[in-house]
Write a protein that binds this ligand. Structure first.
Ligand code: G3I
Length: 372
């Protein structure tokens, strides 16, 4: 008993002190507007950081598994499913009255090579790959039936110029692989929402490739509920007008719109590395890691203003925007410390490395309070 009580009390005390006297939280402030989510990973669940889980339950009302539901994690070998970590995430969410987002069913990345091959290493036929896809989706979505609000069914299937990404899915199955994935997901959990998710799909050229995907599914009567705009953004890009316009355009198709992986990079980064094309990286240089000792006030202010402006736009569209998920719990957990350049010290989120509330946090809360 004592073993459980002491860490629990410690976590509670730390939590109280980190939140100071601020009674509101992100999820409370945005109640009635949209869900506020975060990405949950193994480190949070491991207990090595006792603040993580209570803090998540307090600030957020939805969670996405950062990696646990990706094919290579949840289905690492033919016929072998590893649900352990993802189950813990779903259990935690349910105990705390939070929504769960399933990420992700079909992606070109983090999908093992065997998925596309037979036992001899030969490329699968269309029919065999479709059967494998159906089995995977039915098993994973079926496992969480009734417990997941919505699934990122297809992730990152469009290139920057709007053409379809040349993936194994496209090569072996053909263009209708997306239709099939949405159909299988709907069969496996008829009540789950189904999303198309991508990065940079607020940009006009890429949007022009995503919109026909949505329209095609709609024209065939295949369920699609929403479009996820990942939101791996920067201090200087994208232009807020582009975000505004893209939400309006997806909403006009009847889509729910979600910002699914939000953060704002503050470090010098060449524009060809904007987005989330994880196959691209750049070598570390000290000159590209200027804020190791702390974020200068001037940059903190830019970050704050940018978050405030973004949430003003999201609130303006709160009839269409149903969720905003931050891609990481606090600055220390962000993938942006290691991509596209490894080993940097980034500050892209609303909480600092000690769970302190950053000025951007207060600005985001203030935007919601302004319109109460
Ligand atoms: O868990 C292993 C650890 O055991 C090992 O020592 C270490 C050595 O590299 O790797 C660890 O796994 C890493 C994992 O993140 C957990 O930190 C993987 O190498 C690394 O590839 C993985 O990166 C994830 C990336 O997707 C690729 O799956 C990031 O955490 C995750 O934030 C990122 O998320 C994606 C979205 O799913 C889709 N949109 C883009 C977004 C950013 O890339």
């Amino acid at each position: 008993m004592k073993k459980i009580l002491i860490p629990a009390i410690a976590a509670f005390v730390i939590l109280l002190s980190s939140c100071g006297s601020d009674e509101t939280t992100l999820s409370k402030a945005y109640e009635g507007h949209f869900l506020i989510g975060t990405a949950l990973n193994r480190m949070h669940l491991s207990g090595t950081d006792p603040q993580a889980m209570p803090f998540i339950a307090q600030q957020f009302n939805s969670v996405t598994a950062e990696n646990a539901m990706k094919w290579e994690r949840i289905h690492p070998e033919p016929g072998r499913y590893e649900f352990g970590l993802a189950d813990s995430i779903v259990d935690f969410a349910e105990k705390n009255g939070m929504q769960v987002i399933g990420h992700v069913l079909v992606w070109h990345s983090q999908t093992p090579q065997w998925v596309f091959q037979d036992s001899l290493g030969n490329q699968l036929t269309r029919d065999a790959l479709l059967e494998r896809l159906r089995d995977h989706i039915h098993t994973v979505v079926g496992h969480y039936k009734g417990r997941v609000l919505g699934w990122d069914v297809v992730n990152e299937a469009v290139e920057e110029d709007g053409s379809l990404r040349k993936t194994k899915w496209l090569e072996i199955i053909g263009e209708d692989y997306m239709e099939k994935a949405f159909i299988y997901a709907h069969e496996a959990d008829p009540d789950a929402e189904l999303y198309y998710n991508d990065y940079n799909n607020e940009e006009r050229a890429k949007r022009a490739g995503v919109i026909p995907i949505v329209k095609n599914l709609q024209s065939k009567g295949i369920r699609i509920d929403g479009v996820g705009i990942q939101g791996h953004w920067h201090l200087d890009s994208p232009d807020m007008r582009v975000i505004d316009e893209s939400i309006g355009e997806y909403a006009a198709l009847g889509m729910k719109v979600m910002i699914t992986e939000l953060e704002i990079n503050v470090l010098p980064t060449p524009a060809w590395l904007y987005g989330a094309e994880i196959s691209r990286t750049m070598e570390y240089r000290d000159s590209l890691n200027p804020f190791v000792a702390g974020l200068p006030d001037s940059v903190q202010t830019q970050l704050t203003n940018r978050y405030a402006e973004l949430f003003r736009i999201l609130l303006k569209h709160d009839d269409a925007v149903t969720r905003v998920t931050f891609w990481g719990l606090h600055d220390g957990y962000s993938w942006k410390n290691n991509w596209p350049i490894p080993g940097r010290t980034n500050y892209p989120l609303l909480f600092d490395r000690s769970y302190g509330l950053k000025p951007a946090y207060h600005a985001v809360i203030k935007e919601a309070e302004k319109i109460k």
